[in-house]
Ligand binder design. Structure first.
Ligand code: PGA
Length: 240
């Protein structure tokens, strides 16, 4: 695990964008794994600018990590909506190459199996990840098997509370989601973890220095052969 600490969010986002752009430059037909949440927004800003400046994503395929159960693409807090409005609409990526699990599928188990099947046809060259305050990666909450594939998950009270800031009230936060599994995330050739802010300091410490345990899902990343953690000084403050 490689650790890069930057003075602030802007600098870490810029550095992270260079990692993504290098992967695309090397293989314009690559598959990228995207994350939602507030952490990657700075990175996405730089990717949109790069596209304006001439980098093409026309041949890139995208797989997102997760989606809330019950929210469709028109809901502003759905991850489909998030990706359209925060990234994809301003890239020349083709809509048919952008994959996000469907949170309103009538058969959620079948949707998970289908997502795993689509995923298995691709090799993710670079997976972008945030980290939850409880150490989750995607919506793989503490206790999730390191071998898991795409599945339906009941969100933990901590995750629901953390995400309530995006909704009018905590009652509106969906209590379940579809998430790519840890086993699938670990198959990515390279994993880029982003973290910022002091509310992530304990999770970053547990990910980097803690025991490898399902009680901190992100700790599994210590065993990945090519994982880069890019963070700001605040989120790295418990590491020396
Ligand atoms: P955040 O979420 O980027 O909004 O902090 C990260 C996560 O929960 O994985």
């Amino acid at each position: 695990m490689q650790l890069k600490v930057f003075k602030n969010y802007q600098e870490m986002s810029k550095y992270a964008s260079q990692i993504v752009l290098d992967v695309v430059a090397k293989n314009p037909q690559c598959t990228l794994g995207f994350a939602t949440g507030s952490t990657p927004l700075g990175l996405y800003g730089y990717l949109k600018q790069a596209c304006k400046d001439g980098t093409s994503f026309r041949d890139v395929s995208a797989f997102n990590l997760d989606e809330y159960v019950g929210l469709d693409a028109s809901h502003p807090q759905s991850y489909k909506y998030f990706m359209q409005h925060n990234l994809f609409n301003e890239l020349d990526i083709l809509p048919q190459n952008c994959h996000i699990p469907c949170g309103v599928a009538t058969d959620l188990q079948a949707e998970c199996q289908n997502y795993s099947k689509q995923l298995a046809k691709h090799t993710i060259a670079l997976q972008i990840l945030g980290i939850g305050g409880n150490g989750h990666i995607a919506f793989n909450e503490p206790g999730t098997s390191f071998q898991s594939t795409t599945h339906v998950v009941q969100l933990s009270p901590k995750t629901i509370a953390d995400n309530a800031r995006f909704f009018d009230s905590i009652d509106q936060v969906p209590t379940s989601a579809l998430t790519m599994g840890i086993g699938e995330i670990m198959k990515a050739q390279c994993i880029l973890v982003l973290a910022n802010g002091k509310n992530k300091a304990q999770a970053v410490f547990n990910m980097v220095k803690g025991p490898i345990s399902t009680s901190c899902p992100a700790s599994v990343l210590q065993t990945h052969p090519n994982c880069i953690v890019v963070c700001d000084e605040e989120s790295a403050s418990l590491l020396n």
